[in-house]
Design a protein. Structure first.
Length: 536
């Protein structure tokens, strides 16, 4: 106990001493965090305070080794501790370099993966879980679960480091509760190392709490997350794995929850999953009108309560544990709802997204039927067959009228104005008219179609129901889409689509399918123009 307490004091004193020097070093060499849209501070602040944390941590452990206590005797350099220390230095180094010169996310992820692999190779492994005498071995999944554990905690601390003193304070509470739990289980080595980390964090908080004069940076947050992950596994080697790992999971509940939610939130909103944003929990609290200091204190209170809950859950063995977890889940749901995260999963938006997804991948029957028409269009051997399949597709899309204009090579370029109703009066036709009437798929509306030979080419017209005349599709309330279909060897074409929005709105997938139809028709017309079976 004495060595644990002295290590904590030494680490705190060293951190208090080193942090001002790290602040001056960052300001001198330009390692500062400049204000931006994502930041809440208004002045450039040095961001290599993690250098003081890692220095205080290792020097405090080295100082404890000279104490003639039983704890000092078990603080030895072996393969496991050495590789874990190398991994800690590696993640700190990549974050430290990033604090000076921004690195890509891939490089940082690869170094985190390498550091976690070193710890696993050294013997810090989550090989199974045991709770209340029930054990489960992970086998070949042990490596993946161990690496995920490290990556989760590393990035949890990094993402929560968005307000003054937030990450350092939450990590301090976690270190404190782990010291208590380690002492309760007589695991004094883990208690000693968590005491060194807690002391380094407390000393750093003197300068990092609002208003902060120095930030820990990515180097500091990576090191803290990695160290907590490694020491939690180390503590589980002598106790039940499930119970030991539950403590940091609960103590770091806020940042871990935020880490899991952040990529999901970005995915739902159509953004890059790992692109920084201003939608984290602490940002939401500030957006609700809270000051930065008040938001930090609220998260402190939640973290402290979760620490106490972790101690209670680990030490009770009855149905009360399940009840507390249910209460915890309910509280988390209310907090998420209060912060506005559930609006991303509102029923109309969620089911609308599912409909778009199912339509895009072809799950719906209508989408498969439309795909079948696309294939038929691609296999057509004449313009008449192509137009027939196109009309069927437009009927499926519930358009009211369509015109296919094919211009012979050498004819004057037709503009939308020339293609309007006034250009196609009775005198514009040079003969060769064809009309066809059929029943639509719903059995109620007649399909009316004409083919007219013009001096410049041909115009094919299709319509549903009463939209037979040009006048029927003039005026307000009509959606008109003009689609150029490109130029062939001897002709060019344009497809005009008209929808009466006063009768029914377009469906969410309509415009997407119109694009699919355009590609199919254009490719088919190019093939007909280039093939021997050309027929216009």
């Amino acid at each position: 106990m004495t060595a644990v307490f002295l290590t904590f004091i030494v680490a705190c004193a060293l951190s208090l001493t080193f942090t001002p020097g790290a602040k001056r070093l960052g300001a001198r060499f330009g390692a500062v965090d400049a204000p931006s849209e994502r930041k809440v501070h208004v002045h450039a602040i040095p961001r290599i305070g993690g250098l003081a944390i890692i220095g205080a941590f290792f020097l405090a452990l080295a100082a404890s080794a000279v104490l003639s206590t039983q704890v000092a005797d078990i603080l030895v350099v072996n393969r496991r501790n050495l590789l874990a220390a190398v991994g800690a230095v590696a993640v700190f180094s990549v974050g430290f370099v990033d604090d000076f010169r921004r690195l890509g996310p891939r490089i940082k992820f690869l170094v985190q993966l390498l550091a976690a692999s070193l710890a696993y190779y050294g013997g810090l492994r989550i090989e199974g879980i045991a709770v209340e005498g029930i054990a489960m071995e992970f086998g070949i999944l042990s490596y993946l679960i161990t690496v995920f554990w490290f990556l989760l905690l590393i990035n949890a601390i990094n993402l929560i480091d968005g307000l003054d003193g937030l990450a350092a304070g939450v990590a301090f509470f976690t270190s404190a509760v782990m010291v208590v739990m380690a002492i309760m289980h007589a695991d004094y080595l883990v208690a000693l190392e968590f005491a060194a980390l807690g002391g380094a964090l407390l000393g750093f908080l003197r300068y990092n709490f609002n208003p902060a004069s120095v930030f820990m940076g990515d180097g500091g947050s990576y090191f803290i997350g990695y160290t907590i992950a490694a020491l939690a596994i180390l503590g589980s080697l002598k106790t039940q794995v499930g119970a030991t790992l539950l403590i940091p999971l609960l103590a770091l509940g806020v940042p871990i929850f935020d880490t899991i939610l952040a990529p999901l939130r970005r995915f739902i909103r159509g953004r890059e999953m790992f692109q920084p944003d201003k939608g984290h929990i602490h940002h939401q609290l500030v957006a609700m009108g809270l000051s930065s200091r008040r938001a930090v204190l609220i998260i402190y209170g939640i973290s402290f309560s979760l620490c106490l809950l972790a101690i209670v859950l680990v030490n009770i063995r009855n149905e009360m544990a399940g009840l507390l977890l249910i209460v915890l889940a309910g509280g988390a749901f209310l907090i998420v709802r209060k912060l506005g995260y559930l609006e991303y999963l509102a029923a109309d938006k969620f089911f609308g997204w599912l409909r778009d997804l199912s339509d895009d991948v072809g799950f719906t029957r209508d989408r498969r039927s439309f795909l079948s028409l696309q294939l038929e269009i691609g296999r057509t051997r004449s313009i008449e067959a192509l137009w027939d399949h196109t009309c069927r597709a437009l009927e499926m899309l519930r358009f009211d009228r369509a015109e296919l204009h094919i211009y012979e090579r050498g004819a004057p370029d037709a503009t939308p104005e020339r293609d309007s109703a006034s250009s196609f009066g009775p005198g514009a036709s040079t003969g060769g008219e064809r009309r066809r009437t059929a029943q639509s798929n719903d059995g109620n509306q007649a399909v009316w179609e004409t083919t007219e030979q013009r001096t410049w080419g041909t115009r094919r017209v299709w319509s549903r129901g009463h939209h037979r005349r040009e006048a029927d599709v003039q005026g307000n309330g009509h959606l008109r889409i003009e689609i150029p279909l490109g130029s062939g060897i001897s002709s060019a074409a344009r497809l005009i689509l008209i929808k009466d929005l006063s009768l029914e709105p377009i469906q969410p997938y309509t415009l997407r399918r119109v694009e699919y139809l355009r590609r199919s028709v254009m490719n088919a017309m190019k093939r007909l123009h280039q093939g021997p079976a050309k027929r216009l």
